[in-house]
Structures are given as structure tokens and as C-alpha cells.
Design a protein around this ligand. Structure first.
Ligand code: VGL
Ligand code: ZN
Length: 205
């Protein structure tokens, strides 16, 4: 892929894979696909969900709530999750079979205790930037290709923010897997289409 494109590989971490705390069904299937894809890009950036213990998105810190409930926070509705991707834990490590040594940066996200961050560009308050958009702009990147976990959260929110930030944005659908809770996958597909994000396949890269 051209030097003005980047492959953004989202959250291929133990906790999002079968056996993990917030396992994405068949999430492990993306690993070989993503490894193959990454070999074809000049620029690859990884994201890593990276929460402090007691993160606001953890159901365990809201007595009376359980995982997959939605609560209202100052920045809007928040789905509650099982504790996952705690900083420094094994669950937060990349899957051992992810073989992308050439990745140029790792964007950690969700490290503010009171704010979630699915997107690699903007935290869930929709105000706090992670710095990724600026990094991509400074490096002359014009096209962003998204893959990884999960289609309906990290991947979709990052793709929507990248498109809104002016990058030509693609979701490589067969290189993603979804959590799909409460209609989230259909909603994500609608939002992506409405925003003009292009959906493609790994065989067309
Ligand atoms: C994600 C749920 C909770 C994601 C992160 O990266 O898709 N989903 N934290
Ligand atoms: Zn998370």
C-alpha cells in the first residue's frame, strides 16, 4: 500500500479473544488475516485498550449494575463491560500470534479513569483527542484502513472519527469481528454507511 495509507489494527488483545474477559466471538479468526494484511502496508499502527483498575466502564465499579447494562455518565450513555484490558495485565497484552513487529506506533486508549475510549482518535467524551489524527496528518497520511476488534465499537468509532477528521477511511470487514450487543453491529453498519466510510475486503487490498 502507498506511503500515504495506514493500516490501523485495533485491540487484538488477549481479553478480546476467546477465553478472554470480554471475548469477541471468533475474534481469533482475524489474527492470520491481519498479519497477512499488515505485510502489505508501509505504515501500520496498533491500538491497545489500556484501562486503569476501577475504570468507569467496568460494571464491577457500579454496584447494582451488571455487564452489558447501559448507564448515563456526564458525557452520555456508557455500556458497562466486564473488567478487561487492565494496564499491565496478561489480558491487555497483544495476542501471541499477532506478528506485526514492523508496527510504527501503539496508541493506548481508555487510560483516563473517568472516560472510556473506543475510538483511537477521540475519547468517549467526544472532546479529548488521543493525538492520532495529528500524527497521521503530520506524516502525510491520507487514507486509513481499519481492522481488528471489535467491529461495532473500537473499529466503527475509529473509522467514523477518521472519516470526520478528513481521512479517506475504509473498514476491512473480513478482518474484523463484532461484539454485537443490543443491536450494536447493525447500528454501526448504518452509521458507517451514513458517514461515507467505505467497506472493503482483505482480498481487495
Ligand atoms: C472495546 C468494549 C470495551 C473495543 C473496548 O475496543 O472495541 N469494546 N472496550
Ligand atoms: Zn475497553
Amino acid at each position: 500500500m502507498n506511503t500515504d495509507s495506514v493500516l490501523l489494527v485495533m485491540d487484538v488483545q488477549n481479553d478480546f479473544l476467546p477465553g478472554g474477559a470480554l471475548a469477541v466471538p471468533r475474534g481469533d479468526e482475524v489474527v492470520p488475516i491481519v498479519n497477512r494484511l499488515a505485510a502489505r502496508f508501509d505504515n501500520v499502527i496498533l491500538t491497545q485498550d489500556w484501562h486503569p483498575p476501577n475504570h468507569i466502564s467496568f460494571a464491577s465499579r457500579h454496584p447494582g449494575s451488571k455487564p452489558y447494562d447501559t448507564i448515563d455518565l456526564p458525557y452520555g450513555p456508557q455500556i458497562l463491560w466486564p473488567d478487561h484490558c487492565v494496564q499491565g495485565s496478561r489480558g491487555a497484552e497483544f495476542h501471541a500470534a499477532l506478528a506485526i513487529e514492523q508496527a510504527q506506533a501503539v496508541i493506548r486508549k481508555g487510560y483516563h479513569a473517568h472516560t472510556d475510549s473506543y475510538s483511537a482518535l477521540l475519547e468517549a467524551d467526544r472532546r479529548t483527542p488521543t493525538g492520532l489524527a495529528g500524527m497521521l496528518r503530520e506524516r502525510g497520511i491520507r487514507r486509513v484502513y481499519c481492522c481488528g476488534l471489535a467491529t461495532d465499537f473500537c473499529v466503527a468509532w475509529s473509522a467514523l472519527d477518521a472519516q470526520a477528521a478528513g481521512f479517506e477511511t475504509y473498514v476491512i470487514e473480513d478482518a474484523c469481528r463484532a461484539i454485537d450487543t443490543g443491536g450494536s453491529l447493525d447500528a454501526a453498519r448504518r452509521d458507517l454507511a451514513a458517514a461515507g466510510v467505505r467497506v472493503t475486503g482483505s482480498d481487495r487490498i
